[in-house]
Write a protein that binds this ligand. Structure first.
Ligand SMILES: CC(C)(COP(=O)(O)OP(=O)(O)OC[C@H]1O[C@@H](n2cnc3c(N)ncnc32)[C@H](O)[C@@H]1OP(=O)(O)O)[C@@H](O)C(=O)NCCC(=O)NCCS
Length: 154
């Protein structure tokens, strides 16, 4: 499979995707979001959640969200299913999130990431995010520092 595979579409999450999105969330994170949290991302005007979906099978292979707080976008829950990683899908999915975020007035983006999560840190750097701070022991299960990154409009 090559990068930017045309068989994958990136679109706004719908209610029909929720079961798969929750399944991926539970497989991936030690403190997973609940179904209601994702439902809110669909229902609230200031939130966006993008899913990466296989065209023919409708298998959801990943997702990512953003909350618009006065033009600043807080990115949440970036994930790609294990078996689909390292094929450029997270990069493409986040580019779509940022594009759609701009359409609802987001200019700058921020996120927190575990200090040890080099895959994610590299991904965000590739999207022009920069490290601007550190939150001591921000994460639990296991406890770890959080790195704060920003992508600011130039
Ligand atoms: C982080 C994650 C979303 C990356 O998804 P992905 O689809 O594999 O990433 P991509 O293939 O789009 O990679 C884009 C860039 O990210 C970086 N990257 C991705 N995986 C990496 C790895 N294992 N090691 C180092 N860098 C990596 C690279 O810079 C890569 O660019 P390159 O291919 O030109 O080197 C995925 O590993 C994941 O779901 N992890 C578990 C959940 C998670 O940690 N989410 C982030 C929470 S803040």
């Amino acid at each position: 499979m090559h990068k930017g595979n045309p068989c994958i579409q990136y679109r706004i999450m719908e209610e029909k995707d929720l079961d798969q999105v929750c399944e991926i969330e539970q497989e991936t994170f030690s403190q997973p979001w609940k179904r209601e949290d994702f439902l809110q991302m669909i229902q609230q005007d200031h939130s966006l959640y993008i899913v990466a979906v296989q065209n023919e099978t409708e298998i959801v292979i990943g997702g990512c969200g953003v909350r618009n707080i006065l033009g600043e976008g807080e990115i949440t829950n970036v994930v790609i299913r294990k078996e689909y990683r390292n094929q450029g899908f997270a990069y493409m999915m986040l580019q779509e999130l940022i594009l759609q975020g701009e359409a609802i007035g987001i200019t700058d983006y921020t996120l927190e990431v575990r200090e040890s999560n080099l895959a994610a840190i590299n991904l965000y750097k590739k999207l022009d995010f920069h490290i601007e701070g550190i939150r001591k022991n921000f994460y639990e299960k296991p406890m770890e520092n959080g790195i704060i990154m920003w992508k600011r409009k130039k």
